[in-house]
Ligand binder design. Structure first.
Ligand SMILES: CC(C)=CCC[C@@H](C)[C@H]1CC[C@H]2C3=C(CC[C@]12C)[C@@]1(C)CC[C@H](O)C[C@@H]1CC3
Length: 374
């Protein structure tokens, strides 16, 4: 089975791979209902972009392959990672700041509300969510503000899950989820009152490409607010340890290339936005760091339910997931590549924590830009 080439092929492939009719249950139910050949194929498809193991000596050709095939690569990544993300993190695929006394899901929702406040979203507004995942933030921001939210995403499986979850809570008329490439959005110029993106635009090979599209579809005077994944000024590309960590983040999170905060900010200006504010939210000296759940530091859990979430990232929790997923794969119930997916995601967790601790990476560089009136 060769990788899909068009939207129609993408959808057909996604329906075969994920069996859209039976998207219920937990991680084990979901992975055991995949089409085995299609899953193995998509894992191999993703891995082929990362054949050169050493980032210091990686060929320009391999890097270029990731940049020019970013839609295929990102789609493959989310085809394999989505079920694991939901199992380990819930339906809002992003990080957040944590306050003592506040549980994990409250903190995640607050991070979304904070963005909505930056945009001054009001009931009746038409708002775009760029790279909406399975629609967790869109549902939350819709309920928080009363605005109509359109989510755009290139992954059919995530779109189908977003549509289903919105309908389940009666938001089908206040939300819609559209399949599309954020570098060529299927919307008219000047269509939205406000646009936000949460840890999604880092999948673009060139930030100006996606920011430029946001600029085009935003109404004059409208605001774009977003959390960007970036390397910070502390990152030294000539330091092999820094390179290993950042390359690990790119590889295990489906990102062609991470850019510096200064590059992201300049890209926002280059496409025509007036910068309202730019701040690395990870630099607030929080007593509980943004990466704490990935550290498996169970002592920082804030309520009983948090213990369950964080448990999955402890050494023992990871061992259990690996044993279950690997065991099911060995006996032929889960598709080949399931175990490898868990290992890739563990690498993601480890490298994000290392990058966060060294301060060379941030998942929450918050930029707010305004499209000029004229
Ligand atoms: C990839 C981008 C741009 C954003 C996603 C951010 C986070 C939601 C993910 C980054 C690393 C992910 C991991 C998991 C869940 C989602 C993330 C935190 C797991 C906890 C899922 C369950 C696995 O067993 C371990 C994963 C570690 C990494």
């Amino acid at each position: 089975m060769s990788p899909p080439q068009s939207f129609e092929e993408d959808l057909a492939f996604s329906k075969t791979l994920h069996n859209h009719e039976s998207e219920h249950g937990g991680l084990l139910a979901k992975i055991t209902s995949k089409d085995k050949e299609a899953f193995e194929n998509v894992v191999n498809n993703y891995m082929k972009y990362w054949v050169d193991k050493d980032p210091m000596t990686e060929s320009e050709e391999t890097k270029e392959a990731r940049r020019s095939n970013y839609t295929n690569m990102t789609n493959a990544y989310y085809n394999i990672a989505t079920d694991f993300y939901e199992y380990g993190w819930g339906e809002s695929f992003h990080f957040c700041r944590f306050y003592p006394g506040e549980n994990f899901y409250q903190a995640i929702a607050r991070h979304e509300h904070y963005l909505a406040v930056q945009l001054n979203i009001k009931s009746g507004m038409k708002v775009l969510d760029v790279g909406c995942g399975v629609g967790g933030p869109a549902r939350e921001i819709c309920q928080f503000s009363g605005a109509h939210i359109t989510g755009i995403n290139n992954n059919d499986y995530q779109i189908s899950r977003a549509i289903r979850s919105a309908a389940r809570i009666g938001l089908e008329n206040k939300t819609n989820f559209i399949k599309g490439n954020f570098m060529e959005m299927p919307f008219e110029d000047n269509s939205f009152d406000a646009v936000y993106a949460i840890e999604a635009t880092c999948h673009a090979p060139k930030l100006e490409g996606v920011y430029g599209e946001v600029f085009r579809v935003l109404k004059p005077g409208g605001t774009f607010a977003f959390y960007e994944w970036c390397v910070t000024d502390k990152y030294d590309p000539n330091d092999p340890e820094h390179r290993r960590i950042i390359r690990g983040v790119e590889y295990a999170d489906g990102i062609p290339e991470l850019f510096k905060t200064s590059v992201a900010l300049q890209s926002l200006k280059n496409v025509g936005f007036e910068v309202v504010s730019a701040e690395d939210m990870a630099l607030n000296d929080d007593t509980i760091p943004w990466y704490y759940p990935l550290e498996g530091d169970i002592r920082k859990a804030q309520c009983l339910w948090d213990y369950f979430s964080v448990f999955r990232m402890t050494h023992f929790g990871k061992f259990c997931t690996r044993a279950l997923v690997g065991g099911l794969e060995k006996v032929g119930i889960a598709p080949a590549g399931s175990f490898q997916t868990q290992i890739v995601l563990e690498t993601a967790g480890d490298c994000l924590v290392e990058g966060g601790k060294l301060g060379i990476f941030t998942p929450m560089y918050l930029m707010v830009g305004r499209k000029p009136q004229n």
